[in-house]
Design a protein around this ligand. Structure first.
Ligand code: PLP
Length: 387
């Protein structure tokens, strides 16, 4: 009984308002009502991604938007710089290689973000690098890279490389500024901070990236920005858009607007900190090793040696109807991930942490203290909406 707790780090809980918006008759995607909606969501997404430039919306998952970022800006044999921050950075690298790019891969320990100093030193030693690929928020580890510092490093190295940033698990939950941070292509997805079901992928595109797309030679058709932008100017799409998801997107943007993006970020920061305090009180380590890089949209908690994270997750699902994220590839069975992003409140966090704490106890994990008590204490002392 009761509602399922979907506390994986995406897809996230979809608010009823968004569900109601999607639950409407499908409209003519070439008619005037859609043109108005199309223009409205394109403008709204530019605000969310904090850009004055164009945003492209694909009927795709985030992986499609990754591919679009690469094939629109690069040519076969181009060298790109990428960092092993975790599972998703590794997948994006594999895609780049399959597309015929040469990846300069900086190995990592899955506990740190992109090192801006390393960006500068690699770019200085190899001026041929055409793009730097950064996963802003590594969903497999709960580590947030410092994108503004990466930009400064690229500039300090005097490099002309494009900056491509994956914000799939940070968009609309962790502070992010496409224009101000000089990002060339921002990649996003609908199913996390945007509070929608999966099915929409996004690119925010700088003028420099648009210019690069004029000469980029990687093959592309479905992902081509030019056809999209031409149709988008009138509120339309070059092929059938995901009309009902786009209605939901309009509602999600309205909700973000009503709350205010800065308040959205502050809410996520507070829930992230409360979750980290819970882990500390339990006496459990988190996967992120650098306090400057902790993620406000998810926390990956490391299980004590000899204890199975997957066993814990299965137990918690069975007992409390609560889904937690699993450890991916290298972290398989070693960590469980608590998603605290999207449509999420103090009491949802309290319920989630309660389920985790009871599960840990029932599985015989020795805890130093109550993480729930530590989190509630922090939440009460930092109430964002005092009377
Ligand atoms: N990048 C990051 C950071 C992600 O978290 C994900 C999915 O969780 C992806 C890329 C891939 O996106 P999708 O599964 O929507 O294709």
């Amino acid at each position: 009984m009761g509602r399922h707790f979907l506390q994986i780090p995406g897809p996230t809980n979809v608010p009823d308002r968004v569900l109601r918006a999607i639950d409407a008759p499908t409209i003519d995607h070439r008619g005037p009502a859609f043109a108005e909606l199309g223009r409205e969501v394109l403008e709204g997404m530019a605000e969310v991604m904090r850009t004055d430039g164009p945003v492209v919306i694909y009927p795709s998952s985030g992986t499609g938007a990754w591919e679009a970022a690469l094939v629109n800006t690069l040519s076969p044999g181009n060298r790109v710089l990428a960092f092993e921050t975790g599972h998703f950075a590794t997948l994006w690298r594999a895609m780049a290689e399959r597309l015929g790019l040469e990846v300069d891969w900086v190995e990592g320990d899955w506990r740190h973000g992109v090192d801006p100093d390393k960006v500068a030193s690699v770019l200085r030693s190899d001026p041929s690098i055409a793009a730097v690929m950064v996963v802003h928020n590594e969903t497999s580890t709960g580590v947030t890279s410092r994108v503004a510092e990466v930009r400064e490093a690229i500039d300090a190295a005097g490099s002309d490389a494009l900056l491509l940033v994956d914000t799939i698990s940070s968009l609309a939950s962790i502070d992010y500024r496409h224009d101000e941070w000089g990002v060339d292509v921002t990649v996003g997805g609908s199913q996390k901070g945007l509070m929608l079901p999966p099915g929409l992928g996004f690119n925010a595109v700088s003028q420099k990236a648009l210019k690069a797309s004029e000469t980029a030679r990687l093959p592309r058709s479905f992902w081509d920005w030019q056809a999209m932008l031409a149709a988008n100017a009138r509120g339309f799409f070059p092929y059938t858009p995901a009309t009902n998801l786009i209605r939901g997107l309009g509602e999600a943007i309205a909700m973000l607007h009503e709350e205010g993006l800065d308040n959205v970020f502050a809410r996520h920061a507070r829930h992230g900190e409360a979750t980290r305090r819970a882990a500390r009180a339990w006496g459990l380590e988190i996967q992120c090793a650098d306090p400057r890089e902790v993620s406000n949209s998810l926390t990956a908690v490391v299980m004590p040696e000899g204890q199975s994270a997957d066993g814990l997750r299965a137990h918690i699902l069975r007992r409390f109807n609560l889904s937690l994220g699993n450890g991916l590839s290298k972290l398989n069975d070693r960590v469980f991930r608590i998603g605290h992003l999207g449509d999420f409140s103090d009491l949802m966090l309290a319920g989630t942490l309660s389920g985790v704490e009871m599960g840990l106890r029932e599985r015989g994990v020795a805890l130093e203290g109550s993480g729930v008590a530590a989190a509630l204490d922090y939440l009460s002392r930092t109430n964002l909406r005092p009377d």
